[in-house]
Design a protein around this ligand. Sequence first.
Ligand code: CDP
Ligand code: CDP
Length: 220
Amino acid sequence: NNKIYSIAIDGPAGAGKSTIAKLVSKKLNIEYIDTGAMYRALTLKVLRNNLNPLNKNDVIQISKNTEIDFIKNHIYLDGEQVDNEIRDNIINNNVSYIAIIEEIRFNMVKLQQKMAKSKSVVMDGRDITTVVLPNADFKFFITASVEERGRRRYKEIKEKGKTDITLVQIIDEIKKRDDIDSNREISPLKIADDAFVLDTTNMTVDECVNSIISIVKGGI
Ligand code: CDP
Ligand code: CDP
């Protein structure tokens, strides 16, 4: 069966979206598109150019001379692979200001829709089920308690060897980002009416992946 289909996933930070989406894409042999990485890459460019993320006009201006691409699951900013750079905490703490700008979202959404047009994809983000792929074949809202999401992020940071940040700080940063993402005017994070909600607080990664795969396999 060669039918083109799409799996759209939204949810808050640290819920497990990208980990799960990546594994689902491998199992189904379809492409994974991490839309958060695209907003992160633009944020990296803004900060590298010493621009203020809150200065909308500057951000829009620089975005016009910016090229963001995925090649073999790696993210490229103006031809440079920036997979690691975009995960820095300074990006976490600024990306939501870039992502509230209407003009920026408009262009990102266009790019994302183009990416999903000619092939089967699993795409994750904040507005995928609602705005980017409202007609997706499968829609999931992946979530978990904010404490659990904080613990997961904290564990990742500790494993990288960073020690100057506390769990409480991480949880506060996540809450702040969730708040901006959920309350912005343009394409806020919300549960689509027809999305399947997966609360992963007490689930392993494997359980999450299997749950999604069984729903998708039942439907294609
Ligand atoms: O991985 P994590 O959940 O921490 O974040 P992400 O998915 O990489 O997204 C980073 C940020 O980009 C989010 O907090 C949103 O502000 C923004 N974003 C968005 O507005 N719309 C999307 N489709 C994806 C991300
Ligand atoms: O993309 P998103 O921000 O939603 O989350 P992620 O970066 O995929 O996941 C954050 C961390 O939670 C990763 O280290 C995952 O391995 C972990 N995780 C987990 O421990 N249990 C789950 N059921 C899902 C994710």
